[in-house]
Ligand binder design. Structure first.
Ligand SMILES: [Mn+2]
Length: 323
């Protein structure tokens, strides 16, 4: 286990490490790639740096590093008064050993890495990659629990196509596959933020047949995020559930760095509040935040910033739940 802040503490007598210096880990967390050192952790952050299965702009392979780099300098949450680091033992477990141009091998590596976290009793929070990574993430959780999980899914798109561009594996198919494989209970599956031009009636018919619940953006704007989250909590109910956040659910102004942006999306304030509330009130067994493409050439990396805060809010929610 490497504590990236240790050298600074040794030299100066206090935690003085600047965000840009030293080893890059999420929130300067202790870093390990050794499954033995995972024993006793509450949460482990894992990167899934792949983008082989996108249907449009690539670049999410660079997402995990960008999300780690967008970490604020503290873990104390102003609004709740909670410092998640005081309640939870969290480590950065590094990246899954993905293989470029081999999405099957990459998915296998992601599933194995997530399974190591679950095996040690921790909650995995997986960073970026394209949305296909939710399939190995959730499958690892369902296999670990020996039964299907609920799913809370923030996204512009349903990602429930049976095939996309004639392919089974895609960032447009993971939710179809997870339901068909029996890893997600469709009666406890809620989508929030749908809008735009995809999918089509065929996919919506399949969803209706399985009893999947969808809240469109017009629901979020007309009912308000509070009511949408209350209804979501009712549908997901008690029992284990996975939280997946596609940053393209955000209005592109808040997260321009994503592969399939769609105008008319959620505000950051609504998404962050919703993620914290769901992590507080649902039995979250795992989470991911996906489809983050860092901005090339510097500047404000808004999608990575939003994704980083999504994780921070989930951690705050998990800490609140623990209290
Ligand atoms: Mn998606």
């Amino acid at each position: 286990m490497i504590d990236p802040t240790e050298r600074w503490r040794r030299q100066h007598g206090f935690d003085a490490k600047a965000a840009w210096a030293g080893l890059l880990s999420f929130a300067d967390l202790p870093y390990t790639e050794d499954p033995v050192e995972l024993q006793g952790v509450d949460v482990a952050v894992v990167g899934a740096p792949m983008d082989d299965l996108v249907s449009d702009a690539p670049g999410t392979r660079f997402g995990p590093r960008a999300i780690r780099a967008a970490t604020p300098t503290a873990t104390y949450h102003l609004e709740t008064g909670v410092d998640w680091l005081e309640t939870l033992r969290v480590v950065d477990y590094g990246d899954a050993p993905v293989v470029p141009a081999d999405p099957v091998a990459s998915h296998r590596a992601i599933e194995a890495t997530v399974a190591e976290v679950l095996g040690a009793g921790g909650v995995p929070i997986v960073l970026s990659g394209d949305h296909s990574i939710t399939e190995p993430d959730v499958r690892a959780c369902a296999l670990h629990l020996a039964g299907p999980v609920g799913l809370v899914h923030f996204d512009t798109h349903t990602d429930t196509a049976a095939r996309l561009y004639g392919r089974d594996l895609s960032h447009g198919t993971p939710m179809y596959r997870l339901v068909e494989q029996g890893h997600v209970d469709p009666a406890r599956y809620v989508q929030i933020g749908l809008r735009g031009w995809w999918p089509e009636q065929r996919e919506l018919d399949w969803q209706a047949k399985h009893g999947i619940t969808s809240f469109f953006m017009r629901d979020v704007s007309q009912l308000g995020i509070g009511e949408v989250v209350e209804r979501t909590l009712e549908i997901v109910g008690a029992g284990p559930a996975f939280l997946t956040v596609d940053v393209d659910v955000l209005e592109p102004a808040y997260a321009p760095g994503t592969g399939t942006p769609e105008p008319g999306g959620m505000t950051a304030i609504d998404l962050l509040w919703a993620c914290r509330t769901i992590a507080t009130r649902v039995e979250i067994v795992g989470a991911d935040v996906v489809e983050v493409i860092p901005v090339a050439g510097g500047g404000a990396d808004l999608a990575a910033l939003a994704a980083n805060r999504v994780v921070q809010e989930i951690l705050t929610g998990l800490a609140l739940r623990r209290r």
